[in-house]
Design a protein around this ligand. Structure first.
Ligand code: HEC
Ligand code: HEC
Length: 336
């Protein structure tokens, strides 16, 4: 059944793509020959990726890209606790956080990855390539183990990320290719206020205990966990309040897009505080952020370049920290 539908859907998608795009797949001034790549569609300057049906999987290269997509979308099936390839991860999928295969504007997409890596990253105190960045998410966001760089799986993930970002010129930063930064509130984010909104807008899928819900096959989640033993660990990006707030504001409840958010900024900050106030697996982070002046102000663990408490770094208010850090950084610059 499935085997019959997939080619039919691809064929339909191709017809639609040709009709909609007049055969020209690049809306940002690329030439038709560049259009063989699977990407670049932008609305104004906001980047939107191609969808999986545009993967050219009639070629060998395309099949590798397709496998990479599969691993991003159904990570747990292949690499989760009961993974068919190996048991390396916690049961979540990359796509739980990198929505629709990492193609959604402000949905934590992969648009700029191929154009920007290798990249200096302050969290790791050095230059990181795409493999290392992916493994960061394996170890932190999937609370798992590293994937061997030479493995068929890592090579396929690489091929997919390359395909998604192909055609994004080096140095060009499209809007929507990072998690949106929300304006700071004047107060600290409040887990109790967050809880009451959570009960209305999130609990139906993610549960009162934050554990989400498994899929019927037991190979992963229908609704992924937000906290607890099976969720991302405390070294993951979403454990920073600003990242969590920006992600949920533009993407949750499920079906939300950045054009039609259903939470106010305050609600997003408060729910983020509620989610991140719960226990989750621990990750050894003592090698992170060695250069304190480059540590983000919402990093939930010290030491810090300023004298604000860990509590304030975790929940805000961030305005005073931002002012103090700007002053401290300019002192550091002067000493240099
Ligand atoms: C629990 C959520 C979560 C999961 C699951 C997750 N990631 Fe991430 N990932 C993040 C966050 C948060 C960031 C940082 C985004 C930012 O700072 O704008 C990130 C960043 C990345 C980046 C760099 C993006 C950029 O633009 O620099 C890559 C590549 C990446 N993840 C790949 C993966 C892969 C591959 C998987 C699955 C093996 C995965 N991630 C699973 C949350 C997640
Ligand atoms: C209708 C069900 C539904 C509702 C309601 C919903 N979510 Fe989700 N949420 C999902 C699904 C499904 C995913 C994974 C997306 C995917 O894999 O495509 C997800 C992913 C997430 C993630 C990233 C993955 C993780 O487990 O950490 C966060 C954070 C999140 N949701 C928070 C929220 C918050 C906060 C609300 C309420 C404002 C909410 N969700 C409401 C279904 C829902």
């Amino acid at each position: 059944m499935k085997a019959f539908w997939i080619p039919a859907i691809i064929f339909l998608a191709m017809i639609i793509a040709v009709l909609a795009g007049g055969g020209c797949r690049s809306k940002t001034g690329g030439t038709a020959s560049k259009a063989k790549a699977g990407t670049i569609a932008s609305e104004g300057e906001v980047w939107t990726g191609w969808n999986q049906y545009q993967i050219p999987d009639y070629t060998e290269e395309g099949q590798e890209i397709r496998y990479g997509y599969e691993l991003i979308a159904n990570t747990s099936y292949y690499l989760g606790p009961k993974g068919t390839v190996a048991a390396l991860t916690n049961g979540m999928n990359c796509q739980n956080c990198h929505l629709k295969g990492g193609t959604v504007p402000f949905g934590n997409n992969f648009g700029k990855v191929f154009a920007t890596y290798p990249l200096y990253r302050a969290r790791n105190n050095g230059i990181q390539d795409i493999y290392e960045r992916v493994n960061d998410c394996f170890q932190r966001s999937l609370n798992g183990e590293k994937l061997d760089t030479a493995s068929r799986e890592m090579q396929a993930i690489y091929a997919y990320i390359k395909w998604v970002g192909d055609g994004v010129p080096k140095g060009k930063v499209f809007a929507g290719t990072s998690i949106m930064k929300l304006p700071f509130m004047n107060r600290a984010a409040d887990p109790r206020r967050g809880q009451s909104v959570y009960q209305v807008k999130c609990v139906s899928c993610h549960g009162a205990d934050g554990n989400g819900a498994p899929n019927p096959e037991g190979t992963g989640y229908l609704y992924p966990p937000l906290w607890g033993n099976h969720s991302f660990n405390d070294g993951a990006g979403l454990f920073r309040l600003g990242s969590m707030a920006g992600f949920i504001k533009n993407n949750m409840p499920l079906g939300t897009t950045y054009r039609d958010p259903q939470l106010t900024d305050e609600e997003a900050w408060d729910i983020a505080a509620y989610i991140n106030s719960h226990a989750r697996p621990l990750f050894d982070q003592h090698e992170d952020w060695k250069i304190l002046s480059k540590k983000p102000l919402d990093a939930p663990y010290g030491p810090y370049i300023d004298s604000f408490s860990q509590e304030q770094h975790k929940y805000g208010p961030y305005g005073p920290i931002a002012i103090a850090q700007a002053a401290a950084k300019s002192r550091v610059e002067t000493i240099k």
